[in-house]
Design a protein around this ligand. Structure first.
Ligand code: PRT
Length: 108
């Protein structure tokens, strides 16, 4: 069986397509418009994902989550942040629970 598609594959595709002509690639078009436009699109996809989640619409939640992750990869590409940096940050966070982390930020 072939390797399952994962986020690092998507990162590679985004990096490759960012170099294409904006007439032929949505990725290149977003990159050409700049971070404000790409981040706005990410925000729209986030809202659509929230709506799908609270509507109990599984198929739409899968589709909107895919749109969200794709647009996040474009925003990270424009910012020059490798996916590896996000994975390292998530890895560091496995050392404690989210509730412990939240408690450590509470003011006395
Ligand atoms: N995963 C995606 C992906 N998900 C969503 N989108 C595009 O994101 C765009 C915005 O989604 P919307 O639902 O907001 O669509 P819209 O209403 O037409 O957007 P607006 O014109 O109103 O801004 C659509 O054109 C989608 O096709 C994606 N575009 C590209 N990819 C990946 O990137 C690869 C390269 O794509 P190109 O860069 O277009 O060659 C593709 O083969 C995919 O692997």
């Amino acid at each position: 069986m072939g390797k399952q598609f994962d986020l690092s594959d998507l990162e590679e595709i985004v990096a490759e397509r960012a170099k294409a002509s904006p007439d032929q690639s949505w990725t290149a078009k977003l990159v050409a418009h700049g971070q404000a436009k790409a981040a706005k699109k990410l925000g729209e996809e986030a809202v659509e994902t929230v709506i799908a989640a609270i509507s109990n619409d599984r198929d739409n939640l899968v589709a909107e989550s895919a749109d969200l992750l794709y647009h996040l990869m474009v925003v990270l590409k424009i910012a020059g942040i490798p996916l590896q940096d996000i994975m390292e940050e998530l890895g560091r966070r496995t050392a404690q629970s989210g509730l412990q982390e939240k408690a450590s930020r509470q003011t006395p």
